[in-house]
Design a binder for this molecule. Structure first.
Ligand code: FES
Ligand code: FES
Length: 158
């Protein structure tokens, strides 16, 4: 099947069986290896990407389902050399250890703060609850995302 989709703002066209996992096509065919596989069963959120404005587990999505849609992966967060607020904050706060969960958290958190920059810490925790981290204990991740949200909110007030 020929699939056309907007991937990180660029129209892409490629051949694939429609039944393959989006996660595999992103990593193997499109060389977008930032998206990680954790559980492979829709439980951990490591493979999170945004499809048509909604976070999804790419391990559970058949690539045929993205035909005609837009997909944002972790590679689409930065603006050239300028990191997204969430990426910058995760680095500054040290909100990452092994890094397997980090791309999924960055994608989900970017999505969240772009829509709800005024979200409370409790709300951020709730919105990120589908992203499991076995290393950090979450505190530094929430600190980082809250900082990124505050920066974004401050800019929107300028
Ligand atoms: S790898 Fe997709 S949810 Fe865990
Ligand atoms: S940093 Fe290792 S799973 Fe989150």
């Amino acid at each position: 099947m020929k699939i056309q989709a907007e991937i990180n703002g660029e129209m892409r066209e490629f051949e694939s069986s429609p039944w393959r996992r989006l996660l595999d096509v992103l990593r193997t065919d499109l060389r977008l290896t930032g998206t990680k596989e954790g559980c492979g069963e829709g439980e951990c959120g490591a493979c999170t990407v945004i499809v048509d404005g909604r976070p999804v587990d790419s391990c559970l999505v058949a690539v045929g389902q993205i035909d005609g849609r837009s997909v944002r992966t972790v590679e689409g967060l930065a603006d050239g050399e300028i990191l997204h607020d969430v990426q910058d904050a995760l680095v500054r706060f040290g909100g990452t250890q092994c890094g397997i969960c980090t791309p999924g958290i960055a994608v989900c958190a970017a999505h969240v703060i772009e829509r709800e920059p005024g979200a409370s810490r409790e709300r951020l925790r709730e919105l990120l609850s589908g992203n499991i981290c076995r290393c950090t204990g979450y505190q530094l991740i929430v600190d980082a995302v809250a900082d990124a949200a505050a920066r974004r909110l401050a800019r929107s007030d300028d």
